[in-house]
Design a binder for this molecule. Sequence first.
Ligand code: UDP
Length: 237
Amino acid sequence: MVEPKYKRVVLKLSGEALSGEKGFGLDENTIVNISEEIKKLQEIGVEVSIVVGGGNFWRGRSAKEMDRTTSDYMGMLGTVINALALQDALEKINVITRVQSAIEMRQIAEPYIRRKAIRHLEKGRVVIFAAGSGNPYFSTDTAAALRAAEIEADVILLAKKGVDGVYDSDPHKNYNAKKFQQLRYIDVLNMGLGVMDSTATSLCMDNEIPLIVFGIDKPDNIVKVVLGEKIGTEVKE
Ligand code: UDP
């Protein structure tokens, strides 16, 4: 039996990662492919929790005239749509899941309760965290850092679309951009690298949560990372 490097993980899936080629909304094939990889993690005994983004529907800061708080709540609702889509795809392949929402909506998801989330993980259920942190002015990256700290995850797996790690400049614009194998959080902050927003980065740094940034364009990367294969960029300390 293969030994995973990490026992309990938070997988951060951006909304974009679920939108496939379209770049907006949901792509069912993409979600099925990602779900199959998540099932493999569960089969090798990894406790999997997922924080889903919502940028494939709405980002709070993109509003021009709208009240920012209202706009952020709309973004959080987008994450709930993604969470339900992922839950559906996972349950179709017999992976037992629970969606926990940071904003109460009892008819469609459990409320977020830390101890209950941990219990689900211990029982081998995949826990999908929806509605970010429940607070405006935050991102789902920050929610991933927060949940990882709360459930004492071993690592955050930051799955990115269109890029396979952290670079010193935008690899889509600069042909000579250099990819980092390893980084420290303080360097991410000092160099202003666009890994996560600074709130999320600080939270990870202060709580010593390791992070692996990797590309989701090949969904089997999720399993490779958990088995310890050196792909993407590792950020720690
Ligand atoms: N959001 C929020 N608080 C949170 C998490 C998310 O207000 O704790 C809102 C925010 O407007 C954000 C949107 O939800 O732009 C979607 O989340 P995010 O942009 O992090 O999604 P991703 O880029 O990962 O798809």
